[in-house]
Design a protein around this ligand. Structure first.
Ligand code: PLP
Ligand code: COI
Length: 356
């Protein structure tokens, strides 16, 4: 844990809150932005004190290195408000650790734990009225850091900006998702940056995802970059498969993001007596299991999408539909997980984190 002394956070409040314009009963995902943001600059080899300022455009030089060499990492987590108005986060220190893993891989500075956590808490307190209370809605939190130094030299920047912005959000996907198992493109490779939440990883997914959308699928199931025989991730989610009564997910690697939802679901499912296997999953195994009626469910898991059931997958020229089943693992685990997140049940794992 890196911690650097922090002085009281300077808060500059907006003169014109936009809160009353928001229709909290009808929230899109990540389209509406709360009144304030946290900003923290890295200059002369050290972090300046975090501050809270109105959410507004920032000014950068055209030669800022973010625009040229893509040094940019981000995180995603959510704040939940319970019936008593208490504010909760879910395993936020995992996000803090992960942004530093991503930062290290992109030769960017480490963000001290207290800057991340104190900055985030101060922001949530200022914008606490922006946290939705409706079931299925939450305040999506986007911490991100990028290179601000000017220069066309292809080398790491000296200066960076760390911002946390938030967005009251509803569901990420409107309904079930149909996915295409990718046979040509890859999102990551061994030794690459797939395990990092680097902005460029997502840019690289857009074109193949667009091609999949043109064929009627909403997402791509990424496969390993060398053989395309093994499934690895579902768009910006980790992938789970139920064959018979066993819940399967593939092991993480330097190609796959170590999802916080994924690792929580593995623990949760095991604690509920579900047989969980973490092992490589071949596309041919899915096709086989589908043919003999053993492929019961597939779903993606991630902070934004929570658990997103997959209603079918395309592979080569064939489409394999999955019937909706009662008592699915997806809906059971989603309820267990969100009950913990919204403080509707006990949290035997110690995952909930109160903001006070
Ligand atoms: N995989 C990718 C590529 C992602 O972008 C995300 C989203 O954060 C996930 C998986 C799920 O990770 P988490 O559960 O930590 O949100
Ligand atoms: C998240 O699930 O929080 C993510 O970061 C995915 C994002 C691309 C929306």
């Amino acid at each position: 844990m890196i911690s650097t002394a922090i002085t009281p956070i300077d808060i500059k409040k907006t003169q014109t809150s936009r809160l009353s314009n928001v229709d909290f009963g009808n929230l899109p995902f990540g389209q509406i932005f709360s009144d304030h943001m946290m900003v923290c600059d890295f200059k002369n080899g050290k972090w300046e004190n975090p501050k809270i300022v109105p959410y507004e455009p920032i000014s950068l030089a055209p030669s800022a290195k973010i625009f040229h060499y893509g040094q940019s990492v981000f995180e995603g987590l959510k704040a939940y408000k319970d019936k008593e108005g208490k504010i909760w986060l879910f395993r936020p220190l995992e996000n803090q650790k992960r942004i530093n893993l991503s930062a290290e891989r992109l030769a960017m500075p480490q963000i001290p734990e207290n800057y991340f956590m104190e900055g985030l808490k101060a922001l949530l307190k200022v914008d606490s009225n922006w946290i939705p209370t409706d079931d299925g809605s939450s305040l999506y939190i986007r911490p991100f850091m990028f290179a601000t130094s000017e220069g066309f030299h292809a080398s790491p920047a000296d200066d960076y900006k760390f911002i946390i912005a938030t967005s009251p959000s509803g569901a990420y996907f409107a309904g079930d998702v149909k996915v295409l198992i990718e046979q040509k493109y890859a999102r990551s490779a061994n030794g690459g940056v797939g395990f990092a939440k680097a902005g460029g990883n997502y840019a690289g997914q857009f074109y193949p995802t667009q091609l999949a959308k043109d064929k009627g699928f909403q997402q791509v199931i990424w496969t390993d970059d060398t053989t395309h025989e093994y499934i690895e991730e579902a768009g910006a989610m980790n992938i789970f498969v139920r064959i018979g009564d066993t819940l399967l997910t593939c092991p993480t690697s330097d190609r796959i993001l170590d999802g916080i939802t994924r690792k929580s679901l593995i623990e949760l499912a095991k604690s509920e007596g579900i047989n969980v296997e973490v092992r490589k999953i071949k596309v041919s195994e899915l096709v086989e299991a589908h043919k003999n009626g053993q492929l019961k469910e597939m779903f993606g898991a991630g902070t934004a999408a929570v658990i997103s059931p997959i209603s079918g997958f395309g592979f080569k020229e064939e489409t394999f539909n999955l019937p909706t089943i009662e008592e699915s693992y997806a809906s059971f685990l989603k309820k267990r997980m969100t009950d913990i997140q919204y403080n509707r049940t006990e949290d035997p794992f110690g995952w909930r984190y109160e903001v006070k």
